[in-house]
Design a protein around this ligand. Structure first.
Ligand code: CIR
Length: 260
């Protein structure tokens, strides 16, 4: 089973997008180009069956375009507000609580001392992989696992604190199907994935492992031809999208929307 989404929450980058956090050295993003890439991303969500709920840009939080980090939704079941691990992102959850409380009357939250960015949460069927990272700590993961267990969802931890080049678990893993992942080489042999079929992104295309499945297609960066060939050979339909300006801020295709 793989969740089907009918709605997606997004937030366009604000003019001060370049003031957000980043660990990569790719130069500052061009905000106008980021806005054009964001618009194309939203159009793709709509083409693939999602009603797009667009929140206004929020200059008080330069990373707020990465809406996915602020909540986790089990479509048709429940939602939980996260507690982002970066201080500058803490306030982002307030707006998300307001939006989601209209759909989910019971809306628990990860609480201190737990921290959790939902970019560290990778759902594959009835299993959820939770990354322990610089943003998500063991207590945050424990609280999330307890919440998931109420819905019969099993969770497994993946410690990525020593995996170079990735901010979040989903910077390096995409759930393609309930039993199949696309991974960077460094994570492909992780014991948590032992019963999954794993496709490895070709060397030099590590950014490709920051894609996301949206209903029947895989959203993937447009500049990773080796990965495109690999995924097409495995039978997937792709939606290649330009992501250069979000990559400069450590962002990928999953973090730009919260889907349910
Ligand atoms: C951050 O450092 O929090 C943002 N600049 C990027 C967050 C990307 N989120 C994600 O991959 N889920």
């Amino acid at each position: 089973m793989f969740s089907r989404f009918s709605q997606a929450i997004v937030r366009a980058p604000a003019r001060n997008f370049a003031d957000g956090l980043t660990t990569v050295d790719l130069g500052p993003p061009d905000v106008d180009l980021a806005l054009a890439q964001h618009a194309a991303y939203c159009a793709a969500l709509a083409r693939h069956g999602c009603t797009v709920i667009a929140l206004p840009a929020d200059g008080a939080h330069p990373d707020s375009t990465f809406v996915e980090d602020t909540a986790l939704i089990l479509p048709g079941q429940g939602a939980i507000i996260t507690r982002p691990g970066a201080d500058s992102r803490a306030g982002e959850v307030l707006a998300m609580r307001e939006v989601l409380s209209a759909c989910f009357p019971e809306l628990p939250a990860i609480t201190s001392p737990g921290t959790l960015d939902a970019g560290d949460v990778c759902e594959a069927g009835h299993t959820v992989f939770i990354g322990i990272s610089r943003r998500t700590n063991h207590e945050g993961a424990r609280q999330l696992a307890e919440w998931l267990s109420r819905y019969g969802v099993e969770s497994r931890l993946v410690d990525i604190r020593h995996t170079p080049g990735i901010l979040h678990l989903k910077s390096g893993v995409v759930a393609l199907d309930a039993d199949r992942l696309l991974c960077i080489e460094a994570l492909a042999n992780h014991e948590a994935f032992a019963d999954m079929r794993v496709l490895r992104v070709p060397a030099g295309e590590e950014y490709a492992a920051n894609g996301v499945r949206v209903n029947d297609v895989i959203f993937v960066a447009d500049d990773v031809p080796g990965t495109h060939a690999l995924l097409r050979a495995a039978g997937y339909t792709l939606e290649p999208l330009a992501m250069s300006e979000f990559a400069k801020m450590d962002g990928g295709l999953s973090c730009l929307s919260l889907r349910f």
